[in-house]
Design a protein around this ligand. Structure first.
Ligand code: SF4
Length: 207
């Protein structure tokens, strides 16, 4: 527990601005942006949603959109065909079963098309300010390199991180590890010589 807290403290100093970069102006829009963000950069998603949300930023509008038009509008992100199907279905469910409101319950979020554990955690923490620690590729990689976890699957990483990080810091830890993974502890070329976690990192000690 102690080392994970040290790491969070260090990263907080380094990235005081850490938080979501996905632009949105409602819980529903954030959920759409999160679904679009799988295997895509936040910049790509923001470019796509800036146009999409102008006319289709509500569950009702997205539920009614023609599927091929939706595909056209989100072409700028990866896996756009699958995502279009998921988003339309998701919007229909939100309208029909949740009166147009995004549910806050983890399992209900998880049951929506296109929403996996990472997305459900992120939506809960950003939109509802509830504890959530989403594990994407950056969180998974950095947590393993640091030696906070020793896991092959994101789900195992999520469980292990949740066991050692206090619940009130889960959301923050998610954003901080992502920032660090993008800027310093990159997949191919981690900049260990330029890393504030140098003395706290197990991987670093192996170099
Ligand atoms: S020391 Fe290297 S491997 Fe460890 S967190 Fe920093 S950049 Fe990543």
């Amino acid at each position: 527990m102690q080392r994970s807290i040290e790491i969070i403290k260090c990263l907080k100093k380094e990235y005081p601005e850490a938080g979501t970069l996905l632009q949105h102006s409602s819980p529903f829009q954030f959920m759409v942006a999160v679904v679009l963000s799988a295997q895509s950069t936040d910049e790509q998603v923001n470019r796509v949603t800036a146009e999409l949300f102008a006319d289709y930023g509500t569950p009702e509008a997205l539920a009614a959109i023609d599927l091929s038009l939706l595909e056209e509008k989100i072409r700028g992100v990866g896996l756009y065909r699958n995502k279009a199907r998921h988003l339309k279905k998701m919007a229909q469910i939100i309208v029909e079963q949740y009166q147009g409101e995004v549910p806050s319950d983890f399992d209900e979020l998880l049951s929506l098309p296109g929403v996996g554990r990472k997305s459900a955690n992120v939506i809960r923490s950003v939109v509802f300010k509830k504890p959530g620690l989403g594990v994407d590729t950056h969180v998974h990689r950095v947590a393993n390199r640091l030696g906070l976890v020793n896991s092959k699957l994101p789900e195992q990483t999520e469980k292990a991180l949740k066991e050692q990080i206090p619940e009130k810091c889960w959301s923050e830890a998610h954003h901080l590890l992502i920032f660090h993974g993008r800027r310093i502890c990159q997949a191919r070329k981690p900049q260990c010589n330029n890393c504030v976690l140098e003395g706290l990192c197990e991987k670093r000690f192996e170099k």
